[in-house]
Design a protein around this ligand. Structure first.
Ligand code: GLA
Length: 346
């Protein structure tokens, strides 16, 4: 089979602008559908251990439902993914104020982040699509015009590879991630999925999920995924409300090169997903806030823990934590990050 990228219509925005859906098919038959609205991955079809394909991401089958609002299904998150305490930071002596859209914090780029904008799309050779968006100076309170490119490729090694790059005309924070919710069984809850995280440490956080600045060892805690563990097996030890993981792990590789950050195995289907990333951190989120009010593809109701996210990233609130790796991009510098989700069976 020849890998390919096909374009189709995915509806219209309120102002009548046409939105497209891109279907990427690789040489082994993996299929990803991605729209240029928010660069949302709407479908991802991966075979189980018997070779039977199944859609393993949460989402909707039409644009209107995405437009009505949703908890960041499948999208690129930016300009700064995760939380910024009180929506404030100081850069080169100037203080910036951002939208406070998550309790007392700024979350995932603000009121109209990169998940809610229309990106320019250019299909590439094979199974690949290049998305470009320029966020204007001052947009959502952030300084500098920032041009972002996200290339998504379905490789013949059965990876969904995401290459991010960006440049700016003024110093600005940047922290891009993809917010896909996975369910390797294709349905039901994810509590029996076995997780391995290549992280000996995590960033401790307060009740608002803002890091305290402390980096703690996972050893002896419910955060220890250094050997494969069913994700739901230690929920009773967590203090979170709603229950589940919503935590940033410090990857052992430290963001130096593309390295294994996580491996997830779903025993019933045999599906395995490895996450390789150049980022120093990964947010494990177990869909704690899903509450049965959204009905997705194929009429499936999304309940608590129907999906999980592995958001490769710099640490939350890095702009206010001098000891964390910096997320400041300056003019003349090139921002580059890669994350690859690699699929197999066992
Ligand atoms: C991230 C956050 C969660 C939640 C989801 C979206 O993963 O860490 O707390 O806000 O996004 O619902």
């Amino acid at each position: 089979m020849q890998s390919k990228t096909q374009q189709s219509s995915f509806g219209k925005l309120a102002d009548d602008t046409a939105v497209h859906l891109y279907t990427l098919t690789n040489s082994t038959g993996l299929v990803a559908k991605i729209t240029n609205y928010g660069t949302i991955i709407t479908e991802l079809h991966v075979p189980d251990r018997h070779g039977k394909p199944g859609d393993i991401v949460l989402g909707f089958d039409n644009l209107d439902q995405y437009l009505k609002g949703h908890p960041y299904f499948g999208c690129t998150v930016g300009r700064v993914a995760n939380r910024i305490a009180k929506g404030k930071f100081t850069l080169d002596g100037k203080t910036y104020s951002l939208a406070v859209n998550n309790g007392p914090s700024h979350l995932h780029g603000g009121l109209k982040g990169f998940d809610k904008v229309l990106w320019k799309a250019e299909p590439q050779a094979g199974a690949a699509i290049k998305f470009t968006f320029t966020s204007s100076d001052g947009e959502e309170g952030y300084p500098g015009a920032l041009t972002v490119t996200v290339v998504m490729t379905l490789t013949d090694a059965n990876e969904l590879r995401i290459d991010y790059s960006a440049h700016t005309d003024k110093p600005t924070p940047i922290n891009l991630t993809n917010h896909s919710y996975f369910n390797l069984a294709g349905a039901g809850d994810v509590l029996g999925h076995e997780f391995m995280l290549a992280a000996d440490r995590f960033t401790a956080s307060d009740a608002n999920l803002i890091p305290t600045g402390e980096i703690k060892p996972v050893k002896g805690t419910a955060m220890d995924f250094t050997s494969p563990t069913p994700i739901g097996s230690r929920f009773s030890q967590l203090k979170s409300d709603p229950i589940g993981y919503d935590d940033n792990f410090v990857l052992n590789n430290g963001g130096k090169s593309l390295a294994l950050g996580a491996r997830v195995f779903e025993p019933a289907s045999g599906r395995v997903m490895e996450v390789h990333t150049t980022q120093p951190g990964i947010q494990l989120y177990t869909g704690n806030f899903l509450d049965g009010t959204l009905t997705g593809k194929h009429g499936v109701v999304y309940r608590q823990h129907s999906g999980f996210c592995l958001e490769t990233q710099h640490f939350p609130d890095s702009v206010n934590q001098p000891t964390f790796p910096s997320i400041i991009l300056r003019p003349g510098q090139a921002y580059r990050q890669t994350t690859a989700f690699k699929f197999s069976t066992q």
